[in-house]
Design a binder for this molecule. Structure first.
Ligand code: URA
Length: 239
C-alpha cells in the first residue's frame, strides 16, 4: 500500500477532521511504531506501520463520503440483478462497503449521500433526528394555498401517523406547477404520496439538499464528488 501522511491516515480512519487530528498529534496522543509522533506530515505505510491513538490500534479502513447527483433510471441499492445501481456511478475501488444513505426512487434525481460510515448513516436516517430534505418537484395541476396549509399541518398518507409538518413553496403556478418541498422524514415515496393525498401527481422529482449538503449546479447528473471536511463535520454535528 502507498505511504500516506499521518494526519490523512488518522482522519480517513475516522479519528476526526484534519484539524482535530492535528490537535491530537500536538497533545502526544499518537504513537507510530512505539514512538510518540507529533508531526502531521510524517509518512506512514497503513498496512505495515502500527499507529496507536491513546494506546488503541487504529486499523486502516478508509471512511469515505461522496455526494452523487443521481440520474433517473438507477436504483438506490448496492447491487441489483437487473437494474443499474447508484454504486455503478462510483469508481473508488479502495473504499470498501459503500452504500447509499436512504433511498431515492428509480425515477427521482438529485442529491444522494454514499458512504461506508454506518454509524453516521444510521443517525442521519433516524426518524428522531428530523434531518431536512428539500426537493424540487413538478406537479400536474395547480398547487393551492390549501395544499400549502395541509403540508404545513402534516398529511395523512395512509401510515399509522400523519407526516411531520412539511414546507411547501410554490415557485410557479401553471398546469404543471413548480414547487419546492422540505420534509423532515424519509418515508417510502413520501413526496409522491403527500401530493396524491391532496389529489395531485408528481411528474418530476429532484432532491436538492439534505441537512447541510446542497447539490450544486456544476455537479452534472451521474457525477459525484467527495464531501469537503467541513460538510462531514457539519453532518456529524447536525445529528
Ligand atoms: N419522495 C418520493 O416520493 N420519492 C423519492 O424518491 C424521495 C422522496
Amino acid at each position: 500500500m502507498a505511504k500516506m501522511r499521518l494526519d490523512k491516515f488518522l482522519s480517513s480512519a475516522g479519528a476526526g477532521t484534519r484539524s482535530e487530528v492535528k490537535d491530537l498529534l500536538r497533545k502526544g496522543a499518537v504513537e507510530v511504531n512505539g514512538i510518540v509522533c507529533k508531526k502531521p506530515e510524517q509518512k506512514v505505510e497503513p498496512s505495515e506501520d502500527t499507529v496507536l491513538l491513546f494506546g488503541e490500534r487504529i486499523a486502516y479502513e478508509e471512511v469515505a463520503y461522496f455526494l452523487l447527483h443521481k440520474p433517473a433510471g438507477c436504483v438506490s441499492a448496492t447491487q441489483d440483478v437487473h437494474e443499474k445501481t447508484v454504486l455503478d456511478y462510483l469508481d473508488e475501488p479502495q473504499c470498501k462497503d459503500l452504500f447509499p444513505v436512504g433511498r431515492l426512487d428509480k425515477d427521482t434525481e438529485g442529491l444522494l449521500l454514499i458512504t461506508n460510515d454506518g454509524d453516521l448513516a444510521h443517525r442521519l436516517l433516524s426518524p428522531k433526528k428530523h434531518v431536512d430534505k428539500t426537493y424540487y418537484a413538478e406537479i400536474e395541476g395547480v398547487v393551492t394555498e390549501e395544499d400549502i396549509k395541509a403540508f404545513c399541518e402534516g398529511i395523512d398518507i395512509g401510515d399509522e401517523k400523519k407526516t411531520l409538518p412539511a414546507k411547501l413553496t410554490v415557485l410557479e403556478v401553471a398546469p404543471r406547477s413548480k414547487v419546492e418541498v422540505t420534509i423532515q422524514e424519509g418515508r417510502y415515496h413520501q413526496i409522491k404520496r403527500m401530493f396524491e393525498a391532496v389529489g395531485k401527481r408528481v411528474v418530476y422529482l429532484k432532491r436538492i439538499s439534505m441537512g447541510p449538503l446542497v447539490l450544486e449546479d456544476s455537479l452534472k447528473k451521474g457525477r459525484y464528488r467527495r464531501l469537503r471536511e467541513e460538510e462531514i463535520a457539519q453532518l456529524k454535528r447536525g445529528c
